[in-house]
Ligand binder design. Structure first.
Ligand SMILES: Cc1cc2nc3c(=O)[nH]c(=O)nc-3n(C[C@H](O)[C@H](O)[C@H](O)COP(=O)(O)O)c2cc1C
Length: 320
C-alpha cells in the first residue's frame, strides 16, 4: 500500500532531483502538472551573511502550490520532495535538515548514504523518506535505517546510475519488501511508466526528459543536445565525480576530451562542496531514455504526453 501522499497523483510519476537543473520553477510546474516535483537542497546556493536561499525556495514553492490549490480545488498540485545528499563532503547537511524539518517538507529523498537521523527528521515533521539505491544490499540497509520507501536506480539512469538491469533489481527487492518502490533509469514514455509498474514498482522516477523543458535551469545548448541525442550518445564514466555516472558524449567532446577514452577516477575524490559543479555545468549528465524527447516543451506539455501515453498503454494492455 502506498502512503496517502503518493497515492493520488495524476500519473504514478516522481520527477527526480537533478543537480543544478532542478529549481523552484521546475518543481512548481511539475507539482502543478500532477506529478511529484523535487530538487536537491544543494541547488539552493548559500552565501555567508545572506538570507538562506533554501528557506526562500521552500517558502516560494509552498506558497505558490497553496495558491494553485485554492484556485483549482478540482485538480490540486502534487506534493514536492527535497533531496539530501547524505555524504561526508556535504557540510550543509545538518543545517539543511533543520530547515526542511521547520518547513515540514512532505517527501524527503536521500542519496549516497542512509542515515537514521535524516529519516527521523522526516518522520518527526510528518513526512516520508525515500532512499535511492543501486543494489539489493543497499536496499536492505536503507530500510533497516528507517527509510519508508526505495528508489531503485537501474542501468541507463542519468547521473550516478547503477549497473543492474531494472528486472534484476526490482525482482530481488520485491522478494522481501512490499513498501513504496520507485524505479528509475531511462523511463521517458507513459508506456515505460506502466512497464515499471508491471515489473513490480509502484511509481516511475524520471529525470533526464525534464532537462528539455522550458522551466529547467539548463543552458539552451544542453536542452537542444537532449533533443538531438539518443541512447548511443550516452557514455558511462567515473572521471567527473569519482562515482560512475552517465553523461552526454557531445558535451565531453565540447570540453576537449575523448568520450571513448576517458580515464577512471578515484572515489575518494568525490566532494560536493568543491568546484565540482563544473562536472555538471560543462559535462552534462543524462540517462539513456532521451530518444523519446523530440522538442523542448513546457513541463505541462510533457506531463500531458506522459499521461496520454500511460492511458493508451493501459488500454492496449487490457486488450491483449
Ligand atoms: C543532470 C542530472 C543531475 C542529477 N543530480 C542528482 C542529484 O543531485 N541528486 C540525486 O539524488 N540524483 C541526481 N540525479 C539522478 C536522478 O535523480 C535520477 O536518478 C535519474 O535522473 C533517473 O534517470 P533518468 O535520467 O534516465 O530518468 C541526476 C540526474 C541527472 C540527469
Amino acid at each position: 500500500m502506498l502512503p496517502p501522499i503518493l497515492a493520488n497523483l495524476r500519473i504514478p510519476v516522481v520527477a527526480s532531483p537533478m543537480f543544478i537543473v532542478s529549481g523552484p520553477e521546475l518543481v512548481i510546474a511539475q507539482c502543478k502538472a500532477g506529478i511529484v516535483g523535487s530538487f536537491p537542497a544543494l541547488n539552493a546556493r548559500e552565501k555567508d551573511g545572506e538570507p538562506s536561499m533554501l528557506e526562500a525556495w521552500l517558502t516560494r514553492i509552498t506558497e505558490e502550490l497553496d495558491r494553485h490549490n485554492q484556485a483549482n480545488p478540482d485538480r490540486p498540485a502534487a506534493p514536492f520532495a527535497v533531496n539530501q545528499i547524505v555524504h561526508r563532503s556535504n557540510a550543509r547537511l545538518e543545517r539543511d535538515i533543520e530547515i526542511c524539518h521547520r518547513h515540514r517538507v512532505p517527501i524527503w529523498i536521500t542519496s549516497l548514504g542512509a542515515r537514521p537521523e535524516v529519516n527521523a527528521a522526516a518522520h518527526d515533521c510528518g513526512g516520508i523518506a525515500l532512499h535511492d539505491i543501486i543494489n539489493n544490499a543497499f536496499a536492505r540497509k536503507a530500510i533497516e535505517k528507517g527509510a519508508d520507501g526505495l528508489i531503485a536506480v537501474a542501468a541507463g539512469a542519468g547521473g550516478h546510475a547503477g549497473p543492474q538491469s531494472p528486472f534484476a533489481l526490482i525482482q530481488e527487492i520485491r522478494e522481501w519488501f512490499d513498501g513504496p518502490l520507485l524505479l528509475s533509469g531511462a523511463i521517458a514514455t507513459g508506456r515505460a511508466v506502466l512497464a515499471a509498474q508491471v515489473m513490480g514498482a509502484d511509481l516511475a522516477y524520471i529525470g533526464s526528459p525534464f532537462i528539455a523543458t522550458e522551466e529547467a535551469n539548463a543552458q539552451p545548448d544542453y536542452k537542444r543536445m537532449i533533443v538531438e541525442s539518443g541512447a548511443m550518445d550516452i557514455v558511462t564514466s567515473s572521471l567527473f565525480t569519482g562515482v560512475s555516472g552517465n553523461y552526454l558524449a557531445p558535451s565531453i567532446r565540447n570540453a576537449g576530451l575523448d568520450p571513448d577514452n576517458l580515464e577512471k577516477a578515484d572515489a575518494s575524490a568525490m566532494d560536493f562542496n568543491s568546484a565540482k559543479p563544473k562536472a555538471w555545468s560543462q559535462i552534462w549528465g543524462c540517462g539513456q531514455g532521451i530518444g523519446a524527447v523530440h522538442e523542448v516543451v513546457p513541463v505541462g506539455t510533457m506531463v500531458d504526453r506522459l499521461a496520454a501515453e500511460y492511458a493508451e498503454a493501459k488500454r492496449a494492455v487490457a486488450a491483449m
